[in-house]
Design a protein around this ligand. Structure first.
Ligand code: ZN
Length: 199
């Protein structure tokens, strides 16, 4: 288990704030959004100016909110392109970005620029797609981040920690929105079994 409570949440604000980039990644149902919202809520308690963005294409529940699966909501701004985040976050001390795997690669430079300017940037996203390929800008963000938290779901077959989002429907597209029915979290062993990739 990870312990994210210790140093991520220090709300101290200096006159010369030092920026940082945090990445929360993992499979579906691993609690990425919950962890993002937990950190953002604490920043709000500390009276920091918080802005939240998500890709405009992620319209699963609502156009204007970051919604986690337990419906713990914080209002967010849907944006079409990563460059919009720079324009919209000039006042923010803390910037949260959800479903970051769906953004363009420009998100990496945007996050670096924000952190270099003194902003705390917290990015949440899928580390891998259903084929276990690194997803969108997430791998590059992990490389340049100050801190990476990898969260895990529970394998629905055996109860071990799950790393993979196994897709239940026949469809080869990388992006398929609308998760609960189409995916289930599996551990390595059960994933190999389910996909016929026994070694
Ligand atoms: Zn399993």
């Amino acid at each position: 288990m990870y312990d994210a409570s210790s140093f991520h949440d220090n709300p101290r604000r200096d006159s010369q704030q030092v920026g940082r980039l945090e990445v929360i990644c993992g499979s579906m149902f691993s609690g990425k959004t919950e962890e993002l919202l937990r950190r953002l809520r604490r920043a709000k308690f500390a009276k920091q100016q918080v802005e939240i963005f998500k890709p405009a294409m992620d319209t699963r529940y609502s156009a204007a909110e970051v919604v986690s699966h337990d419906r713990n909501t914080i209002l967010s701004t849907p944006v079409e392109h990563s460059s919009n985040i720079l324009l919209l976050s000039s006042e923010a001390e803390v910037v949260g970005i959800d479903e970051a795997q769906f953004f363009d690669q420009g998100l990496v430079e945007v996050c670096l620029q924000l952190a270099d300017q003194g902003t705390r940037v917290i990015v949440a996203g899928l580390d891998m797609d259903f084929k276990r390929n690194p997803f969108g800008p997430i791998p590059a963000l992990c490389a340049v981040a100050d801190d990476v938290t990898k969260v895990h779901a529970i394998c629905v077959e055996c109860g071990r920690l799950a790393n993979y989002s196994h897709r239940l429907v026949e469809n080869d597209k990388q992006v398929l929105l609308g998760e609960t029915e189409e995916y289930r979290p599996l551990c390595r062993r059960c994933y190999l079994q389910a996909t016929g990739k026994h070694r």
